[in-house]
Design a protein around this ligand. Structure first.
Ligand code: TMP
Ligand code: ASP
Length: 236
């Protein structure tokens, strides 16, 4: 597969065209961003870890029947993916209260959310990814009713699969963010699933094992990512 011109450079990944118009290459960089790009640091090995972590998770999801963009792991830092028409909203599922939910509603951190919540955020760094609802998505043409229903159903199905996977590894899947796009008319999971875009707590100690270590300056960021990867069986 020939890597061609750069299509887009995000905060942590760069996207390249290939010689096939339906396929792209994602390159995972070591850049680690918090607060919508306000703070960016290089963390050695993070690109490789997230690339392999994401490939592992996407493969598990594909086996369970979730349509994903992933085609093939190409190298330590690169993966071949389908070119999706991305939907500009992020889907967030929460099993426990943390992060922006705690700030927004004054709920105590760690409270179990049963049933889990489903939220939509507009992808817009300048506006700090504001919370939006389904009527906004329809009114502004971000997603149709049918697409929203499918995104929600897939997000909850993914929650069942991944909550069990992490639970078996002694970890709580607190919350996570998903991004979907359309490929051949079908809603397909895009972007990435890695400790950059989810919260994982150790079951026994409630120790944070995800990007909150970076956001909150707790240290040991890469060590935590590697520990989680090793526990679920990712070969680094
Ligand atoms: P939040 O508590 O900041 O709303 O985030 C909820 C989850 O979604 C958390 O695991 C982080 C993830 N997330 C991202 O990865 N990127 C984003 O832009 C947003 C809004 C959330
Ligand atoms: N993903 C966003 C950023 O990189 C928000 C965050 O993770 O804090 O800036």
């Amino acid at each position: 597969m020939q890597k061609r011109a750069e299509l887009y450079r995000g905060k942590a990944k760069t996207v390249y065209y290939t010689d096939n118009p339906d396929l792209l290459i994602l390159e995972f960089r070591n850049d680690t961003s918090a607060f919508d790009g306000l703070r960016i640091e290089q963390l050695e090995r993070k690109g490789m870890i997230n690339n392999k972590f994401n490939h592992f998770i996407m493969n598990k999801l594909a086996i369970a029947g979730i349509p994903t963009q992933v085609e093939q792991l190409l190298s330590d830092n690169e993966v071949l993916v389908k070119k999706l028409a991305m939907i500009p909203v992020e889907c967030v599922i929460r099993n426990r209260a943390a992060g922006s939910l705690v700030k927004r509603l004054g709920i105590e951190e760690g409270r179990v959310l049963n049933p889990p919540t489903f939220e939509l955020f507009l992808k817009n760094d300048a506006l700090h990814d504001p919370l939006v609802n389904e009527s906004h998505c329809r009114a502004f043409g971000w997603a149709t009713t049918e697409q929203l229903e499918r995104m929600k159903a897939l997000s909850f199905k993914i929650n069942t699969i991944l909550s069990e996977l992490f639970d078996k590894a002694g970890l709580i899947l607190v919350d996570y963010k998903l991004e979907f796009g359309v490929f051949n008319g079908e809603i397909t999971l895009g972007d990435e699933f890695s400790p950059d875009g989810c919260r994982l707590w150790e079951k026994e100690t409630l120790k944070k094992m995800d990007k909150d270590r970076f956001r909150q300056g707790l240290g040991g960021v890469i060590e935590a990512y590697e520990e989680v990867a090793q526990r679920i069986g990712v070969v680094l």
